[in-house]
Design a protein around this ligand. Structure first.
Ligand SMILES: Nc1ncnc2c1ncn2[C@@H]1O[C@H](COP(=O)(O)OP(=O)(O)OP(=O)(O)O)[C@@H](O)[C@H]1O
Ligand SMILES: [Mg+2]
Length: 124
């Protein structure tokens, strides 16, 4: 079975998250820029004319589709690498994935998620 991790992280944490995932052998991912807010609803900044609110803050969305058995390890790794300890560190959403198809080969599911020297290949 396959899951998708959608991690919303601080922009400046991307490098650390990528390196940490590479170290455990999680290879494929895609990253998109996004804006959002969580439960604080943004932040208050003070300008020359007084305080104003920035309600949508820039964040990165890191998407990773991976096998179920690698999910917890990946979550743990992202949490460690993306944490600063301050509000706004982000959230991780997990979704079930129906199928994966590698276009070039027609491989599906787990086979389409195999990469040279990835977390599963290393276990062998
Ligand atoms: N419920 C949500 N659905 C989708 N995206 C969200 C949701 N909540 C937050 N986000 C996205 O995650 C980013 C980071 O959220 P944030 O870390 O502030 O969450 P939080 O729940 O407020 O936790 P904290 O109290 O640690 O700040 C937001 O900027 C937004 O892009
Ligand atoms: Mg917040």
């Amino acid at each position: 079975m396959t899951k998708k991790i959608e991690a919303i992280i601080r922009e400046e944490k991307l490098h650390d998250v990528k390196v940490a995932l590479q170290e455990i052998g999680i290879v494929g991912m895609n990253v998109t820029e996004c804006r959002g807010h969580g439960r604080q609803g943004g932040i208050e900044l003070v300008g020359r004319t007084g305080p104003y609110r920035v309600d949508l803050l820039p964040r990165l969305q890191v998407n990773i589709v991976l096998s179920d058995h690698n999910l917890e390890k990946a979550i743990e790794t992202i949490c460690q690498a993306a944490e600063t300890g301050s509000v706004g560190d982000g959230l991780i959403f997990v979704y079930p994935v129906e199928d994966v198809i590698r276009i070039r080969t027609g491989e599906r599911g787990h086979d389409a998620l195999m990469y040279p020297d990835d977390i599963d290949v290393r276990k062998r």
